[in-house]
Design a protein around this ligand. Structure first.
Ligand SMILES: C[S@@+](CC[C@H](N)C(=O)[O-])C[C@H]1O[C@@H](n2cnc3c(N)ncnc32)[C@H](O)[C@@H]1O
Length: 355
C-alpha cells in the first residue's frame, strides 16, 4: 500500500517561521535544558505570582546576565512569559520541567546523542555509527559498548529504554499469558525487567533471556535481587551470529523494542532463527514502536528522531519501522502475522506471529 503522511498547507510566513525554529533548534534545546537544570522552571512553578529577574537569578545562583539570556530564549520557546517585568511559567515550561516523558526524551537527546550528532552526515555516508565512534569509542554497535559507556550515557539510555517498555509490560501480561505458556524466551531481554514481570505474573512460568554478556550481568543482578534464579536464566549470545540457533521448546518467543536495533536483512535472519525454534503452536510476539501507528504527532516526531539515533549512535543501519515494513520482513522470514494489537502503553504495537 502507498504511504501517505503530511501535507503542505501552511502559509509561507508560517513555513519560514518554522524553518527558523529548525535552524536554531540545537541552541534553543540547550537553553531549555539550562532553564530546567538551573531550576529556573521549578522556581517559577512554585511562584505562581511570578518572579523578577533579580529574584530568579538569585535563586538559580547565576548572574543576572545569564538568567536574562536564558529567560529571553524561554520567551521565544514559549516556556515562560513576561508581564510587567515579572516572569511566569507557561504550560510548555511546566511539561519541560515535570513531565517524565519529556524529561526522559530530553536527557536521552543530551547525554546519548547531542555530541555524536555532529557526525550524522558521516554516519549516513558510511553506514556506521560515526557519532558513537567519534565521541565514545570504536565499537561496532552501542549494545556492545553499553556496559562500558559513561554513567550519564548509561543512565539516560536505560531511562529512555525502560520508560517506554515499563509502561507496556503490565498491560501485555494478560495477552502473553492467554494461552498459558509454560516457557518463554525473551530475545534481547536486557536488564531482565520483562522476565521478572512474567515470573511475578505466573508462579510456574520459566523464562530464558538471550542477550549480550554485558547486559546479562545487569539482568542477573536484578533476577537475584528479586529471588527468581530458579525460574529465570540468562544465556549470553551475540544474536548477530546467525549461525547460532535459538534454543527450542518455548511456547512464546518475545522480542520487545528489539528488532528496531537491526537492519532489514538482519531482521529477516533474526526472525528466521526464531521461526526455526518454533513448533506449530508457538507464538512470536514482536512489540515495537511503529511510527505510522501513533495516536499523536508528537509520538511520530519522537520516533523519526529516534531513528536517527540508530543511524548515528546505535549501529548505523536500523530505524523505527513502518508497520508495513515490519509485516513484510516477518513474512519474508517465513512467519505470518496473525494478529496486531495497537495502542499498548505509551506508543507500542504488538504483532503476534505464527508459523
Ligand atoms: C532497545 S533494547 C530493548 C530491551 C528490552 N527488550 C525492552 O523492551 O526494554 C535492545 C536489546 O537488544 C540487545 N541486543 C542488541 N544487539 C544484540 C546482539 N547482537 N546480540 C544480543 N543482544 C543484542 C541489547 O543488548 C538490548 O538489551
Amino acid at each position: 500500500m502507498a504511504r501517505n503522511y503530511g501535507d503542505d498547507n501552511k502559509s509561507a510566513l508560517q513555513a519560514k517561521s518554522d524553518a527558523q525554529k529548525i535552524a536554531f533548534a540545537p541552541i534553543m534545546f540547550q537553553a531549555a535544558k539550562a532553564l530546567r537544570d538551573f531550576r529556573i522552571l521549578s522556581y517559577l512553578r512554585r511562584n505562581k505570582e511570578g518572579g523578577t529577574l533579580e529574584e530568579i537569578a538569585k535563586h538559580a545562583g547565576i548572574s543576572e546576565y545569564g538568567t536574562l539570556v536564558l529567560l529571553e530564549a524561554g520567551l521565544s520557546m514559549e516556556m515562560v512569559m513576561v508581564k510587567k517585568d515579572k516572569y511566569y511559567l507557561t504550560k510548555t515550561g511546566y511539561f519541560l520541567n515535570v513531565d517524565m516523558l519529556t524529561r526522559v526524551n530530553l536527557d536521552f537527546t543530551h547525554d546519548v546523542n547531542y555530541k555524536g550528532f555532529f557526525h550524522l552526515q558521516e554516519a549516513i555516508t558510511q553506514g556506521s555509527p560515526a557519532g558513537l565512534n567519534k565521541e565514545f569509542g570504536p565499537w561496532p554497535t552501542v549494545y556492545e559498548a553499553l556496559a562500558e559507556l559513561p554513567d550519564k550515557f548509561r543512565e539516560s539510555w536505560f531511562a529512555f529504554d525502560h520508560y517506554y517498555s515499563d509502561t507496556s509490560f503490565p498491560q501485555v501480561m494478560p495477552v502473553v499469558f492467554r494461552n498459558n505458556p509454560k516457557r518463554i524466551l525473551d530475545v534481547g531481554g536486557n536488564t531482565g525487567k520483562f522476565a521478572i514481570k512474567c515470573a511475578e505474573y505466573d508462579e510456574s512460568v520459566q523464562v530464558s533471556i538471550l542477550d549480550l554478556p554485558g547486559q546479562l550481568k545487569d539482568a542477573e543482578k536484578n533476577i537475584h535481587e528479586n529471588g527468581f534464579e530458579d525460574r529465570i536464566k540468562g544465556a549470553p549470545i551475540n544474536l548477530l551470529d546467525f549461525s547460532i540457533p535459538y534454543p527450542k521448546g518455548y511456547d512464546v518467543i518475545w522480542m520487545s523494542q528489539f528488532l528496531d536495533c537491526f537492519s532489514e536483512n538482519e531482521i529477516v535472519s533474526l526472525v528466521s532463527n526464531a521461526r526455526d525454534a518454533m513448533d506449530d503452536e508457538a507464538e512470536l510476539f514482536i512489540m515495537e514502536t511503529l511510527w505510522d501507528k501513533q495516536r499523536f504527532d508528537a509520538s511520530t516526531y519522537s520516533l523519526h528522531a529516534t531513528s536517527l539515533y540508530f543511524t548515528c549512535i546505535a549501529n548505523g543501519n536500523s530505524r523505527m519501522y513502518h508497520s508495513e515494513d515490519m509485516h513484510r520482513l516477518v513474512e519474508k522470514a517465513g512467519l505470518s502475522v496473525v494478529e496486531m494489537i495497537e495502542d499498548v502503553g505509551v506508543s507500542h504495537t504488538i504483532l503476534i506471529c505464527k508459523k
